[in-house]
Structures are given as structure tokens and as C-alpha cells.
Design a protein around this ligand. Structure first.
Ligand SMILES: [Zn+2]
Length: 96
């Protein structure tokens, strides 16, 4: 393999693990889910969450805000391994 920038053949290929932050709250449902469950489940779930929010979470949020607690967003860590070529002569990095 040759470096596309400087033409040197002194190239090493290494596996690079990339970290991605995925919003755990934004998981999507398929069309079948909406046909089978979503049309009644979503409003029911929304009502339940709405009730839950006002009955339980709202006072808790007020209390936690009064006490100075932070309520962070939930994130999930995913790893993706990619092969990357690194030129030892000029330091150019690319995906082969
Ligand atoms: Zn190079």
C-alpha cells in the first residue's frame, strides 16, 4: 500500500476503535410496531408518562432543583473498530 499524499510505501494499518455517543432516549420503532402496538400504546404511554411526570417527577424535580441536583441526559457508549492506514513518513491517516 502506498500513501496517497507522499507516495511512501512505509505504511502501517491499525485498528482504531472509535467511540460514538448514542442518544439512548431516541430509539426508533419500525412501521410494524406502529401498526400493531403504536397507535394505542403511544397515546397510552404518553398519558402514563404525562401523569407520572406530574405526579411523581414534577415534585421530585422541584425538590432536586431546590437541593441542586443535576439530571443529566442518558447516553450509551458504542465502540466501532475501523482499520486506518497511517503513513510513517508524513503522518497522513486515511481509510484504506
Ligand atoms: Zn505519506
Amino acid at each position: 500500500m502506498k500513501c496517497p499524499r507522499c507516495g511512501s510505501s512505509d505504511v502501517t494499518v491499525q485498528a482504531v476503535v472509535e467511540h460514538h455517543l448514542v442518544d439512548a432516549d431516541k430509539k426508533k420503532h419500525g412501521i410494524l410496531w406502529w401498526i400493531a402496538i403504536g397507535w394505542w400504546f403511544a397515546p397510552a404511554w404518553w398519558l402514563l408518562r404525562f401523569a407520572f411526570k406530574w405526579v411523581v417527577l414534577f415534585p421530585l424535580t422541584l425538590i432536586s432543583k431546590a437541593l441542586g441536583w443535576g439530571r443529566g441526559k442518558r447516553y450509551e457508549m458504542t465502540n466501532e473498530t475501523r482499520a486506518k492506514a497511517v503513513c510513517q513518513t508524513c503522518g497522513h491517516v486515511w481509510e484504506p
